[in-house]
Design a binder for this molecule. Structure first.
Ligand code: ADP
Length: 472
């Protein structure tokens, strides 16, 4: 090929492509300066190009060249040469072929990079079940990512870009919220988000979290949004909330039953105590007297169990109210402790209390429930002595009930406050309650604004402390 026209020559030289004119044997009739540079030879014209190519490129080029020249139609293929990639176009020209090699190395790398990024994005979208959509506000055209179609159960090919399919699929009850959020976005240009239910193409209900923002760029003004399918999470939440409602209902029914049962049992219980009292006269033989004592102990246990059940049901239903008033704590406690002196004698226990003068404001009945519970435990487990001390501490008062009993292992110190928990380490003959006392004590302490702490050492004894705030 002889270049007659200067402009054509100039164009060939500034082009990034490589031009060659070859005959059917691969003989070079023309080579642009870039061709000489790529093939690294000034002497291309008059020589065969074939020795400069590797075997596979050589065969490919020569067979395509011959077909183009003989059949006089264009052809193209890709080839790799010296670690670069080319699109090769061959055009028939008289009895030769014009070969144009377009270097696509960078374009190929870019397209590979874009493909990888697209794959990664699609993977992330699929894994997070997060679809992306856009609405071009001028052209009124939608773009949906593949995951959007999957979430809505639709196929891209059947959907017009002009249709607002999101609205069509949102459940009627949730549509006003969605419309309101989009209107807010258009008005204030602040990101909006919400939760809606959609009906998929197959009729299934899906729960989605949507977010939307406005973007302005060279492509115009658009709404860009996401829809995240949170159906499994929402279904678990629904199941949990149903289970909680059911548990609350059962708990209420339990409390009602407990309250009713313990209330109904109180009258026969009182009658039983009266009959036992009538029995306990001097006329009884010693074995009969023994029997009456055992019946009395069992009746007392039954009564304390009933009292505990009634307390639990009251606490669970919020029926235990707090009526504070100012009291002289030392007077109140010494009066209460006085009632336990006989019991201490009976069990051969030393019982001491150290009660400084102190005024506090609290609910006297609730405080009494706590102290009685802790004292009766202390008497139950003590070996030789029970102490009560009262000290002012950290903005309040600490009432401690100490015994030198079997103690409680660190592992059990939290468990003993659970309902119905009884230590496996306590001998059966000591176990008279139902494991409710301390859970009641803890709940009542909370109602009166206090807290219960325990410290104990196995074999040495236990200290149960009630801390109460002192209001100025
Ligand atoms: P109960 O009414 O059955 O005694 P509580 O709730 O009062 O139930 O006590 C639960 C458990 O805590 C008891 O079974 C016992 O193991 C342990 N406990 C409570 N007070 C003491 C104490 N002073 N010394 C040792 N163990 C105790």
């Amino acid at each position: 090929m002889s270049a007659k026209n200067n402009i054509e020559n100039f164009l060939i030289n500034i082009s990034t492509n490589i031009f060659l004119e070859l005959d059917t044997q691969g003989q070079v009739l023309y080579a642009s300066s870039k061709a000489k540079h790529i093939f690294n030879s000034e002497k291309l014209v008059g020589y065969s190009i074939l020795p400069l190519l590797d075997a596979s490129n050589r065969d490919l080029l020569i067979s395509r060249l011959k077909t183009v020249i003989f059949k006089t139609h264009n052809d193209s293929f890709s080839m790799e040469f010296k670690e670069r990639f080319y699109n090769v176009f061959i055009y028939p020209y008289q009895k030769t072929g014009i070969v144009c090699m377009e270097d696509i190395t960078e374009r190929r790398q870019l397209s590979q990079f874009l493909n990888k990024t697209k794959q990664r994005l699609e993977f992330a979208e699929r894994t997070a079940r997060l679809g992306y959509w856009e609405l071009n506000l001028e052209a009124k055209r939608f773009y949906w990512s593949a995951e959007m179609f999957r979430i809505f159960g639709l196929e891209a090919k059947n959907i017009s870009q002009k249709k607002n399919i999101i609205r069509e699929h949102i459940l009627a009850a949730d549509l006003p919220l969605y419309k309101e959020k989009i209107a807010q976005l258009l008005k204030n240009n602040h990101q909006v988000e919400g939760r809606v239910r959609i009906i998929r193409k197959n009729g299934d209900l899906a729960y989605c979290l949507f977010k939307a923002s406005l973007i302005f760029d060279a492509d115009g003004e658009r709404i860009a949004g996401t829809f995240q399918d949170i159906t499994p999470l929402a279904e678990t939440e629904n199941a949990l909330s149903e289970a909680k409602d059911e548990a609350d209902r059962l708990n209420l029914a339990k409390s009602y039953f407990l309250a009713q049962a313990s209330h109904d049992l109180r009258q026969p219980m009182q009658a039983l105590n009266m009959f036992i009292a009538a029995l306990g006269s001097d006329k009884l033989s010693s074995s009969q007297h023994n029997l009456v004592e055992k019946i009395t102990a069992s009746a007392n246990n039954l009564k304390s169990l009933l009292d505990n059940l009634l307390d639990i049901s009251k606490l669970d239903s919020g029926g235990m109210s707090y009526h504070p008033k100012k009291i002289n704590l030392s007077r109140f406690l010494s009066h209460l402790c006085g009632e336990y002196i006989d019991l201490a004698h009976h069990h051969n226990l030393k019982f001491k209390y150290n009660l400084p003068m102190l005024m506090i404001e609290t609910d006297v009945h609730l405080l009494e429930r706590i102290i009685r519970n802790l004292l009766s435990n202390a008497f139950k487990y003590a070996q030789n002595r029970v102490f009560i001390t009262v000290k002012q501490a950290s903005g309040g008062v600490r009432i401690s009930i100490l015994d030198d009993g079997c103690g409680i292992s660190p592992k059990e110190q939290a468990l003993i406050f659970h309902e119905f928990y009884q230590s496996s380490e306590i001998a059966d003959n000591r176990r008279q309650g139902a494991g409710l006392g301390l859970s009641i004590v803890q709940k009542i302490a909370k109602i009166i604004g206090g807290k219960i702490e325990v410290s104990s050492k196995i074999g040495k004894g236990s200290a149960f402390c009630l801390w109460l705030p002192i209001k100025n």
